[in-house]
Ligand binder design. Structure first.
Ligand SMILES: Cc1cc2nc3c(=O)[nH]c(=O)nc-3n(C[C@H](O)[C@H](O)[C@H](O)COP(=O)(O)OP(=O)(O)OC[C@H]3O[C@@H](n4cnc5c(N)ncnc54)[C@H](O)[C@@H]3O)c2cc1C
Length: 1024
């Protein structure tokens, strides 16, 4: 294996390794001569003292962040206000936002004048140096501001915040245009420069084109000004974010990204090479790292770029594989005979990485201790400095200890450079550049104020954080000795990850979070594709008396076959279950729980087989399949935990003297669990696990279209220890199996998920039975709306609309059907929505790059086709996704969005990838909400707004089971977002919620007259 190939393997293998192992490797790699550590700390202390002295009383960014950073509550409010105010198109909503924030207590300035309202205006004033005048004014700035707002109202705040942001922009952005930035750079010749064109990640092809053009213009402009006399390493350069250059820069789209994005970057690099300026590929989220390295390798091997030493890469030290990435770059440099500039950063997305790993149930890709990130940085810096000749080390940091370490390692060498962010670290680097002869490059964002905020919020988040060096250096309460301590000495021995950041498996009390599959790992995706192909190749013959199950993605492919229950089977199954349930109910809750937990483990272990089955039988994409398998495991563990807590020991109740009272929960008998095809594994398993956990026996009837996933779940539950008679599966149609099952006289209850109409039929059947009245838990559909006002972030709205409306081909009960968007925001939102729909790949769910699979069967696609035909006559087509070639053999419906009038809202659930969009005027909000309320469904609701009052108003008007604010509205997590609706949407209690098991149980009290046994010793004892 070549040096590059083995380094690449290490990069992959170390992505999510155990943190203690990662830190052990770092410690081993870090070699420091005796005594050097102490000298580094001394130097760090000197540097930090100078920085702190310089920042006192100045208007530097450090001081600014100290006072107004995101770690203060008012800082958060203020950033939210500023961020939204800059882009809200209508002043009515802008003022509503201001009123909203004013109404919150945070805006009433405190006595010492530190309230956020004061801050809003004093931002601007402080930075222009006029704050003192205000503070000295009668009554202080606080009173002045309040008088001013009272007199002039919201427009004053609006203007103040706008001005403040503009001044902030001046601090953190080098210019609105590249020419302005170049002019600024020319005034500061002691620094080198790298320009970054601000912008969000591209969501549409048009966005990506626009950013590409910006980069080309910037290269031309920088090239034209980059004096030819400058040595190559000192020349100004450009930093590039790959996410800006492709709308689907995602691991699952690898082939497409390599085919489409790589040539664009090659084009940029050629232009940069011709202009003689260096380029750095910025580091973004961890799940994009491998893809970015693959593109980087292409660039490094590109014949047209041979001999160009301007091709650079940013590496994040907080990633567990950082050191491996450094080794890989060095190997690549050697293999391609070039010197690669490597910008070492600590990383800007730490909180995002932590959250994502928890959501996906994956080990963290980043370290969880700040000191560990620092140590990683030191080890990587040392490796890069050691690789001189192959690597040009660019050490980006504002941390004095980190700088002191680099200086100590480098000794007399000056063949490296430091880097800092524009508007930060000046106090540190001005001295260093002058006194120690080191070079420093400024990372200088360029862009309009509108584009600034995403960047700014990241900076503030990172640098306003209590752990951050720049934050602490400005805080006189933090002793500098602590701030400049040796990070190696701060690591615990033996090493353990931070307690503040629990492992992703342990974030929920009482149960484990289900393990995920890393769909950012190309090897996992390849394995899943191979698995589906292999499963398809195993031809399953259909025997006499069996019914074939075919793939919705290709009706010619048989997934398997089942034997439908015969007429007498229903009765036999219920009777057998009935005679088995008492023994099951009599088992301690703990035992039942342990069996369910074993089943959860088994489901997790079978994840790849189950994802393949779901892709084939139900048309689920890999991402959908993984989350469904995880949900099934979560249900088992959650109900196990609830059963232990509530069924394990009786609840003691209050009692008068001489009496004991307790309440016990127990199983009811035999439950019928009737589940749908749209979550053939998780809903099926959830119902069954709940009934079993509560001490019931179960006769389960899965949807006719998806019996195999149900059979797989039953097999795993049986293997885990659920007796065969206690859990029985009956495949068949609703008429032949479901109807007689629901009528059976020995049933103790029914759990049903499906259409409202079927639920009603079951309810009638139950009502017509003689004997005890039994519980009926029904989860039915919804006509779910999302409402976005003009304070919402269009990019976020569109991403959440795409996921909510089209994931699982829109076949989720929670899926978005009606998007209400405020008219002022509509043009931008709908343009982006159309572009994002164009980017969807609709095709075989057995392929890793498919976003949307088929709908379940021909009946479903025909019904959707009729609805779409109707919309074509009444609505305006916004966009329709293209269908991939392979879609011809399956039941596919291309995701589509229509704009319709409010009066044309559908009356019934449209179960597929069809989105209805309605524009509303702010003054007509009530009418729009009324139209949604009149559908009488109440399952899920999405709200996108920065205005809390707006969220409250919508929530008060619409009675809905699950509301999601500023996020997508699907994917409820067991125990975290208990799921279920009201009105036409279901009976409750919520699945995956704390009250669910109660509906499957009987309650019994036991009262004992303890006095009858010989008095009340407790009472008598109290006499003393
Ligand atoms: C020139 C330049 C270019 C940059 N380009 C990029 C880029 O391409 N991609 C990118 O991601 N960032 C980039 N950054 C941002 C960079 O990541 C931050 O500025 C940097 O992390 C700050 O490091 P520091 O040494 O100045 O601060 P310090 O305060 O010493 O370190 C802050 C770091 O510690 C991490 N941290 C905080 N708490 C923990 C914890 N509990 N466990 C583990 N780690 C923790 C933070 O995430 C952050 O990375 C760039 C910065 C500069 C100066």
């Amino acid at each position: 294996m070549s040096e590059t190939a083995s380094a690449w393997k290490a990069v992959r293998d170390r992505a999510r390794i155990d943190e203690a192992d990662a830190v052990a490797a770092l410690r081993e790699a870090l070699v420091l001569p005796e005594g050097l550590r102490g000298r580094i700390v001394e130097d760090a202390l000197r540097l930090a003292s100078r920085v702190r002295a310089a920042s006192a009383g100045s208007l530097r960014a450090e001081a600014f962040l100290q006072r107004y950073g995101l770690s203060t509550h008012e800082g958060v409010v203020l950033m939210c206000l500023a961020e939204a105010l800059l882009r809200i198109p209508d002043s009515e909503t802008a003022d509503a936002l201001i009123r909203d924030k004013l109404a919150g207590g945070a805006w009433r300035g405190s006595a010492d004048g530190s309230g956020a309202l004061v801050n809003a205006a004093s931002w601007a004033l402080m930075l222009t140096g006029r704050l003192a005048e205000w503070r000295e004014a009668e009554g202080g700035a606080d009173a002045v501001m309040r008088r001013l707002v009272a007199r002039a109202g919201e427009p004053v705040v609006r203007a103040a915040v706008r001005q403040a942001v503009e001044i902030m922009a001046g601090q953190f952005v080098a210019g609105e245009t590249i020419d302005q930035a170049l002019a600024r750079a020319a005034r500061t010749p002691r620094y080198r420069w790298s320009f970054d064109m601000l912008g969000e990640a591209a969501r549409t092809a048009a966005d990506a084109e626009r950013y590409l053009a910006h980069y080309h213009q910037a290269i031309a402009a920088v090239g034209a000004r980059a004096g030819a006399e400058l040595a190559p390493e000192t020349r100004p350069g450009l930093s590039i974010k790959l996410s800006a250059l492709h709308p689907r820069y995602e691991p699952a789209k690898r082939a497409r990204v390599l085919a489409e994005l790589a040539p664009r970057v090659v084009g940029l690099c050629r232009a940069a090479a011709a202009a003689g300026i260096p380029v750095t590929i910025d580091a973004e989220e961890a799940d994009r790292l491998e893809l970015s390295l693959e593109i980087f390798e292409r660039l490094a091997r590109e014949p047209g770029l041979a001999g160009w030493d301007g091709l650079g890469l940013a590496v994040q030290a907080y990633q567990k594989r950082a050191l491996a990435v450094c080794a890989w770059v060095a190997a690549l440099a050697a293999g391609t005979r070039r010197r690669i500039p490597v910008r070492l950063v600590k990383g800007a997305y730490w909180d995002t990485e932590i959250k994502l790993a928890q959501v996906l149930g994956l080990e963290y890709p980043v370290l969880t201790r700040k000191a560990a990130t620092d140590v990683s940085y030191l080890a990587c810096a040392q490796a890069l400095l050691a690789a001189r000749g192959r690597v040009f080390a660019q050490l980006a940091t504002h941390n004095c200890h980190t700088v002191a370490f680099v200086l100590a390692c480098a000794g007399a060498r000056r063949d490296f450079e430091f880097q800092k962010l524009h508007g930060m670290g000046d106090a540190l680097y001005e001295g260093l550049v002058a006194d120690r002869g080191v070079a420093c490059r400024v990372y200088a964002p360029v862009g309009s104020h509108r584009d600034l905020l995403a960047y700014l919020v990241r900076r503030l988040l990172e640098n306003g954080a209590n752990t951050s060096f720049v934050h602490q250096v400005a805080d006189r309460a933090v002793p500098l000795e602590r701030l400049t301590a040796d990070p190696l000495a701060l690591l615990p021995e033996p090493y353990a990850p931070s307690r503040r950041v629990p492992p992703p498996r342990d974030i929920y009390p009482g149960r484990r979070n289900a393990l995920g599959l890393d769909l950012a790992d190309a090897r996992v995706l390849e394995r899943l594709e191979r698995r589906v192909a292999a499963d398809r190749a195993r031809v399953r013959s259909v025997r006499a008396g069996e019914t074939a199950v075919v793939e919705p993605s290709d009706r010619g492919r048989v997934v398997g076959a089942v034997r439908h229950a015969a007429p007498g089977d229903v009765d036999a199954a219920v009777r057998a279950a009935h005679s088995a349930w008492r023994a099951w109910d009599a088992r301690p809750a703990n035992e039942r729980a342990a069996i369910l937990e074993r089943a959860a483990d088994a489901i997790e272990s079978a994840i790849e087989a189950l994802v393949s089955l779901l892709a084939r039988e139900a048309g689920r994409t890999f991402a959908d399949g993984v989350s469904e398998v995880r949900e099934a495991a979560d249900f088992c563990r959650y109900y196990a935990a609830r059963s232990r807590a509530e069924f394990g020991s009786p609840l003691a109740l209050p009692a008068p003297a001489g009496e004991s009272n307790r309440l016990e929960l127990a199983g009811r008998g035999v439950f019928a669990c009737i589940s749908p095809w749209n979550f053939p594994l998780s809903i099926f398993t959830g119902q069954v696990a709940a009934a079993l956990a509560a001490g019931n026996a179960v006769v389960a009837k899965p949807a006719e279209q998806t019996p195999l996933a149900a059979a797989a779940a039953v097999a795993l539950l049986h293997e885990a220890g659920v007796p065969a008679d206690v859990l029985q599966l009956l495949a068949g149609t609703g008429e032949a199996v479901g109807a007689p099952l629901a009528r059976h006289p020995d049933l103790a209850g029914v759990a049903f998920t499906g259409s409202f109409e079927t639920a009603l039929a079951i309810q009638r059947a139950l009502a017509a039975r003689e004997g005890p009245i039994v519980p009926f838990v029904a989860e039915t559909g919804g006509l779910n709306a999302m409402i976005a006002d003009s304070s919402a972030l269009p990019g976020q709205v569109v991403a959440d609309v795409i996921g909510s409306a089209f994931d699982s081909a829109g076949q989720r009960c929670s899926a978005l059907r009606v998007l209400l968007v405020q008219e002022e925001a509509a043009p931008r939102v709908l343009e982006m929505l159309a572009g994002a729909i164009d980017e969807l790949r609709v095709g075989d769910p057995g392929r890793a790059d498919t976003d949307v699979g088929p709908v379940i069967d021909a009946d479903a696609s025909a019904a959707l086709g009729r609805h779409i035909a109707d919309l074509e006559t009444r609505g305006r087509l916004i966009a329709r996704a293209p269908l991939a070639g392979e879609a011809a053999h399956g039941t596919y419906v291309a995701p589509v969005a229509f704009e319709i009038a409010l009066d044309d809202l559908p009356r019934r659930e449209v179960f597929g990838p069809v989105l209805h969009v309605v524009r509303y005027a702010a003054r007509d909000l009530e009418r729009a909400l009324g139209a949604v309320a009149r559908t009488r469904y109440g399952l899920t609701l999405g709200i996108h707004s920065r205005i809390d009052g707006f969220v409250d108003r919508v929530r008060a008007r619409l009675r809905v089971g699950n509301t999601y604010v500023n996020r997508n509205m699907i994917g409820a997590v067991v125990g975290v977002q208990p799921f279920g609706g009201e009105g036409l949407s279901g009976t409750g209690p919520k699945a995956g919620g704390p009250y669910y098991l109660h509906r499957f149980a009987v309650e019994r009290t036991l009262t004992i007259n303890t006095a009858a046994l010989g008095g009340s010793p407790d009472l008598l004892a109290d006499e003393s």
